[in-house]
Design a protein around this ligand. Structure first.
Ligand code: AKG
Ligand code: FE2
Length: 255
């Protein structure tokens, strides 16, 4: 059985966002839906799909993820990447706390972050659409590593400036389950998985703008891995969308 490819262009809010962008391209200031943008967006082909891979193309990456902490997968078409980047540039960010965690186990982080998105935001649509796409891909596998409960209910857009210290070795919170997805919208930076908080045995996960970095989280394929990882060497402004399934939040909202 084969699910049709899920495309974010099936989602009315996103269609609207893109169409408005195209109609008003060339202006210095205009609005996309309810979010403000100030970008000149290049002409784009609205009929092109946001996501390049169909579920059948995603499944091999999920299969490979069983045997590795993290890997890169091509995800966004170029028009989709540019459209999301324009939307990301219009967001309001706050500076992340420079240090997180208990004394002696602090994680150093050097970025700006936005974590609030309204229902019409293209990032909300992206989270829904990619969740559906990953569930569809898993369903096609003989032994699905993701469950049908997976919903990306935690969205964060992070932006790093060149010279940023990135983020030091850490594990994402335990309540983030199944898979963590980091979608690279722009920039250069080196992402590594490693064995501990000291950064032992770093292995780089090569990704480029338009790719999604998939990282194992507890419950992926019945495993409990919660990989250490870090980011450094940011040489170009980097914008990343993090999509996570917060199982604690899902349980409390189901009460
Ligand atoms: O921005 C990245 O590539 C990594 C960020 C990260 O690991 C985190 O925010 O937990
Ligand atoms: Fe992380």
């Amino acid at each position: 059985m084969c699910d049709p490819q899920v495309s974010i262009f099936d989602i009315p809010q996103f269609q609207q966002a893109v169409v408005i962008t195209i109609e008003k391209s060339g202006e210095r200031k205009h609005s996309i839906s309810r979010t403000q943008t100030r970008n000149r967006t290049p002409a784009m082909n609205v009929s092109s799909s946001l996501f390049a891979p169909a579920p059948a193309a995603i499944a091999p990456y999920l299969e490979r993820l069983r045997g590795s902490d993290a890997l890169g997968m091509p995800l966004l078409t170029e028009p989709a990447r540019l459209s999301l980047l324009a939307a990301a540039e219009a967001l309001t960010y706050r500076r992340a706390k420079p240090y997180m965690g208990a004394p002696g186990r602090e994680v150093q982080q050097d970025f700006e972050i936005c974590m609030t998105f309204d229902a019409n935001s293209p990032f909300t649509a992206l989270a829904k659409s990619l969740g559906a796409q990953l569930r569809a891909a898993a369903r096609e596998m003989p032994d699905p590593p993701l469950s049908d409960e997976l919903r990306f209910n935690d969205i964060a857009v992070q932006r790093y400036t060149p010279g940023s210290a990135g983020i030091s070795p850490h594990r994402d919170f335990l309540q983030f389950r199944q898979v963590v997805v980091l979608i690279i919208l722009a920039g250069q930076g080196r992402f590594f998985v490693c064995d501990n908080r000291e950064g032992l045995n770093p292995t780089e996960v090569p990704v480029k703008p338009g790719d999604a970095l998939l990282m194992q989280a507890p419950d992926f394929g019945g495993q409990t891995r919660q990989p250490f990882h870090f980011l450094r060497d940011i040489t170009e402004p980097r914008v990343v969308v993090g999509l996570r399934y917060d199982a604690k939040k899902a349980a409390s909202s189901a009460d």
